[in-house]
Design a protein around this ligand. Structure first.
Ligand code: TMP
Length: 201
């Protein structure tokens, strides 16, 4: 089973991923968690370039670097893990590219982003995508003080990213949207019920 988490920075993805992982392991599942961009050494190094606030990166270069990091994560970790029957949970995946580089940066037309996403993911879509929905105002209260290169983009950019996520959530059946302002344990219960009902029963 392949599960991805999406949402803007500060939406609480990491906390929910930890809780879901524990719950699945209690049930006896073998679970691997990775962050995108990240995972293999190559992808972690690309991540450092992408998030370094000292670099100015052209928007198409940015799109290609996120995709390159993802392709390596797929081939080294995600695809082999799924083959072994593991549950793979990713903190972000190609929907981030659609939301951030597609709707946010408007780097290339959305149809081209879709094609690139298919290439970078080796044509493997998530079985389930959990979208932690949060307004920009609520996210800003939770954001860390030191900002990485992506977090330094302005409010107008993040409003477009949120709009992008909301459109994806309407369009894609694999999306399950949760209200990220609700208490952590409530959000976890909703996610767990959904995973259990749809995928484990
Ligand atoms: P994070 O792992 O701390 O969420 O940082 C990754 C940052 O990169 C975050 O601001 C979202 C952004 N991002 C994109 O812009 N496009 C992508 O395809 C991905 C995976 C992340």
């Amino acid at each position: 089973m392949f599960i991805t988490f999406e949402g803007i920075d500060g939406s609480g993805k990491s906390t929910q991923i930890k809780k879901l992982r524990n719950r699945l392991e209690e049930k006896g599942a073998l679970v691997d968690v990775y962050r995108d961009p990240g995972g293999p050494v190559v992808s972690e190094q690309v991540r450092e370039i992408l998030l370094n606030p000292n670099f100015e990166i052209d928007s198409v270069t940015e799109l290609l670097l996120f995709s390159a990091a993802r392709s390596q994560l797929m081939s080294e970790n995600v695809l082999p893990g799924l083959e072994e029957g593991k549950v793979i949970i990713l903190d972000r995946f190609f929907d981030s590219t659609t939301a951030y580089q597609g709707y946010g940066r408007e780097s290339v037309p959305l149809q081209e982003i879709q094609k690139l996403n298919a290439i970078a993911s080796h044509k493997r879509k998530p079985d389930l995508t959990i979208y932690m929905k949060l307004s920009l105002a609520a996210a800003k209260k939770r954001m860390a003080k030191t900002k990485d290169r992506m977090e330094q983009a302005g409010d107008a950019f993040f409003e477009k990213v949120i709009m992008g996520y909301n459109k994806l959530a309407e369009r894609e059946d694999r999306f399950f949207t949760v209200d990220a302002t609700k208490p952590v344990s409530k959000v976890h219960d909703q996610i767990w019920q959904h995973v259990n009902k749809k995928y484990l029963s």
